[in-house]
Design a protein around this ligand. Structure first.
Ligand code: IYR
Length: 223
């Protein structure tokens, strides 16, 4: 091992197997209750709940500990309106011919279209940016595994928000360059995903879809 400074792993506690089984099952039960929703209530969500979830996202394992993410949380109605308007323009082009038929067919069962009222209805939009490179002392510093790192952080954020009792929608208008302009983000930040956050609208329905089985998603190679 190298001479890099270390500290003891005090936060880790090995648990009895039975407790591990119970915790794994109860976490599965909890995350199975998560669904993306596309209709949000306008009920406000206190900022401190988002702050804790963002700190949770910031614990993600990442390349060389560069933490190449930046979260811009927007509740300002004017900014949300500008984001909706720009996103709907891109989506109109997407659904109106830019997307290949094959892609549109793959989306049919979700019932999505270019109309995105949730971008104004939801109390918060979190624009997630990936730092393609960092800027230190005016110079460019390389980041590593940026997509993997930001993807993991986003997964933790979605899960933390769900755990806190909120609903989300992972929205990916394409291209997303308008987020840099509206949110005045620098050139080293690339828009990665727009997370819509709030409470589901009263009586909301979600697509009747299922997750794959364990056999479909996992392979075990054992002795
Ligand atoms: N960005 C579009 C299209 C879309 C793409 C995928 I992949 C989805 O899972 C859902 C929608 C939209 O948000 O409507």
């Amino acid at each position: 091992m190298s001479e890099a400074p270390t500290v003891p792993l005090t936060a880790y506690r090995r648990r009895p197997l039975e407790e591990m089984r119970q915790r794994a099952a109860s976490f599965l039960d909890e995350v199975r209750g998560r669904r993306s929703v596309r209709e949000f209530s306008s009920d406000p969500v206190p900022r401190e709940i988002l702050e804790a979830c963002l700190l949770a996202a910031g614990t993600a394992p990442n390349g060389a500990n560069r933490q190449p993410w930046r979260f811009v949380a927007v509740s300002d109605p004017k900014t949300k309106r500008a984001i909706r308007s720009a996103a709907e323009s891109e989506e109109a082009a997407f659904y109106g011919g830019r997307a290949p038929d094959e892609w549109l067919e793959a989306l049919e069962h979700l019932g999505t279209d270019a109309h995105k009222p949730f971008l104004e209805d939801a109390p918060w939009l979190i624009a997630i940016f990936a730092e393609s490179y960092s800027v230190e002392d005016g110079g460019k510093v390389k980041n590593y595994y940026v997509n993997e790192s930001v993807g993991i952080a986003t997964g933790i954020l979605v899960t933390a928000l769900h755990h806190a009792g909120l609903a989300t929608l992972t929205h990916t208008p394409s291209p997303m360059g308008f987020l840099n302009e509206i949110l005045e983000r620098p050139a080293n930040e690339r828009a990665f995903l727009l997370l819509v956050v709030g409470f589901p609208a009263e009586g909301v329905e979600v697509p009747d879809i299922a997750k794959k089985s364990l056999e479909q998603i996992a392979v075990f190679v054992e002795e």
